[in-house]
Ligand binder design. Structure first.
Ligand SMILES: Nc1ncnc2c1ncn2[C@@H]1O[C@H](COP(=O)(O)OP(=O)(O)OP(=O)(O)O)[C@@H](O)[C@H]1O
Length: 564
């Protein structure tokens, strides 16, 4: 991968400027006290250098100079401490802002984006890359303080001896150029290392999620371990290459500084005839600024790493913005009722990349369907027939690629999707249980215990302080818990994808003979994907799908229920 491939349109130096702009803007640096503390610390440190030099040059100890030295030392220590504390606050603020901003964008992304994208990449960016940037903000303040000190000292050096001032400027310049030369290849390797880290996070996910399968087959475990070793080794090599370049930049900077010292000690007396006392004064200043110069140059590599992180975060944010949901201009009010939902020639194209690198697509639709409140609709069909895709489109999680969804006769635009989705509660085949009762109203929370009892799960789970007492449940129990939440939401439409598949015969009967009829009696439209052929008579409509199409839509009289 070349540098231009990895850093897109931005050059390595451009990345650095973007980072600096971000740190100044996000840290509100121009108005932050941290800047004032850094300026004051470097000012008093310069005063300290001046006082040391003046005392060293004088024959006797002048009280005023000693007082100046003591005052400058106390002030430098105080301002440096305050600047450090303020800059750590800045680190945490930057980290918090970045994380909040990224999570907000992830929450606003289309469902398809999250289904499509590697989670390793998202985890890595939200943790590692964000940390890299927030740490750079401390280095930024530190470098600013050091750069100011250098800016104060160089004129003083020019005042004492212009060749020494010029030589110091040249040394700083050579050091800076060294970093600029080294950072392009270093950033390219650092970026590749970050991308390799995304793969590492995915593999860790395999270890955590596939722990049972891995323990059943040693060979699988060994192969995964070897893959993880490969990824970790590749990442290590890429990081080492990047660090080697960064170190090369540092060597050039250190070499320039050492050259400067030699030039002062040997060059000045030899070629400029500078007196020993002046040489000593210059040497004191250079030695006291040596540390800050090294800080500025040394931090360049951390900025370079952070610039790569910023580039990767920007890239993710751009992808998220391109795939963000179209939002309504005002606040979205929940819909509490509907008269009809109509799918008119709805088509959805699912596409992915094949192992050979080609494109593979599957079209669901065109689908025509009208649904009304109080109906019990079962959807059946073989694996891959398009049932789950139909549910995604119907619930507004996926905007159709063709045709339209009409709610009470009005087409649902993408911006209307949030309001439209508020009609639905669902337990998808791959559902997620939140530990906390996020977003439930007080009335819904109050209704929940009754639904836990109806679904025969109250003996295993309780609610404590807005949280479930446990989620350590069997698959069937987890599904019943998810349905309890869905029912407590009291939304007009309940969607269930293979709900009964994990239930024992008693609970399955409870579902088909008691719960579903009860939902319909309460006025819900119930849409359930099911493979239970012996229960097909327990619905008002049976929709059969094949190869992405509805091949039959049979209305029937529901079989009599045992209860209700
Ligand atoms: N990203 C994708 N690219 C291409 N084809 C896809 C993609 N996602 C799913 N498919 C295909 O689309 C078809 C419909 O999938 P869907 O999940 O809707 O089927 P389903 O009827 O719910 O199946 P099951 O009963 O197995 O859950 C399947 O053949 C599947 O392989």
């Amino acid at each position: 991968m070349t540098t231009s491939e990895t850093t897109g349109n931005r050059s390595a130096t451009g990345n650095m400027f973007v980072l600096f702009g971000f740190l100044i803007r996000e840290g509100n640096l121009l108005r932050s006290p941290v800047l004032a503390f850094a300026v004051l610390a470097s000012f008093t440190r310069s005063g300290m250098i001046y006082a040391i030099n003046t005392i060293a040059a004088g024959a006797s100890l002048a009280l005023g100079n000693v007082a100046l030295l003591a005052g400058c030392i106390a002030a430098t220590l105080t301002f440096s401490h305050l600047a450090r504390v303020a800059s750590f606050r800045l680190v945490e603020t930057t980290r918090r802002r970045l994380r909040m901003q990224l999570s907000r964008k992830l929450l606003n992304a289309r469902a398809g984006f999250l289904a499509r994208n590697d989670h390793g990449k998202v985890y890595s960016i939200v943790t590692q890359e964000v940390n890299e940037i927030s740490h750079a903000s401390v280095n930024f303040i530190e470098s600013l303080e050091a750069a100011l000190l250098i800016a104060f000292c160089i004129p003083y050096l020019f005042y004492l001896s212009w060749p020494s001032g010029l030589a110091t400027l040249a040394a700083v310049g050579i050091g800076g150029i060294g970093y600029l030369v080294a950072q392009a290849p270093a950033q390219a390797s650092a970026e590749r290392a970050s991308r390799t880290e995304w793969v590492f996070f995915d593999r860790v996910n395999d270890v955590l999620r596939g722990y049972k399968e891995l323990r059943l087959r040693q060979a699988r475990k060994a192969a995964l371990q070897s893959d993880i070793d490969d990824v970790a080794t590749r990442e290590r090599s890429l990081k080492l290459v990047a660090e080697r370049y960064y170190s090369l930049g540092q060597v050039i900077a250190q070499g320039a500084m050492m050259g400067l010292l030699c030039m002062i000690v040997v060059g000045l007396p030899l070629f400029a005839g500078t007196e020993t006392s002046t040489v000593l004064q210059i040497l004191t200043i250079v030695l006291l600024t040596y540390g800050p110069i090294e800080t500025v140059l040394g931090n360049l590599s951390s900025f370079s790493r952070a610039a790569v992180s910023k580039y990767l975060i920007d890239q993710l944010e751009r992808d998220l913005a391109n795939d963000a949901e179209t939002r309504a201009s005002g606040p979205v009010a929940d819909r509490t009722a509907f008269r009809s939902i109509e799918l008119k020639g709805v088509t959805t194209v699912l596409s992915s990349t094949t192992a050979a690198g080609g494109d593979e697509s599957f079209t669901v639709g065109p689908l025509d369907l009208t649904l009304t409140p109080g109906e019990v609709v079962f959807i059946c069909g073989g694996n891959g027939a398009g049932k789950s895709t139909l549910l995604s489109v119907l619930t507004g999680l996926r905007h159709p690629d063709g045709g339209a969804i009409l709610l009470d006769g009005t087409p649902v635009a993408e911006a209307d999707a949030p309001a439209y989705r508020s009609l639905f509660s669902a337990v998808f085949s791959e559902f997620h249980l939140f530990n906390r009762l996020y977003g439930l109203t007080e009335a819904e929370c109050d209704a929940l215990p009754a639904h836990l009892a109806d679904l025969d799960i109250d003996h295993r789970v309780g609610i404590d302080d807005g949280k479930f007492s446990t989620l350590a449940l069997s698959t069937g129990q987890r599904r019943r818990l998810a349905l309890s939440v869905a029912l407590a939401e009291k939304r007009p439409i309940i969607v269930l994808d293979e709900f009964a598949a994990d239930q024992d015969p008693v609970r399955r009967a409870l579902f088909y003979d008691v719960l579903v009829p009860q939902m319909a009696r309460d006025g819900h439209l119930v849409i359930a994907v099911t493979h239970d052929e012996h229960c097909f008579d327990k619905c008002d409509r049976l929709i059969r799908m094949e190869a992405g199409r509805i091949v039959s839509d049979t209305r029937q009289k529901r079989a009599e229920r045992q209860a209700g």
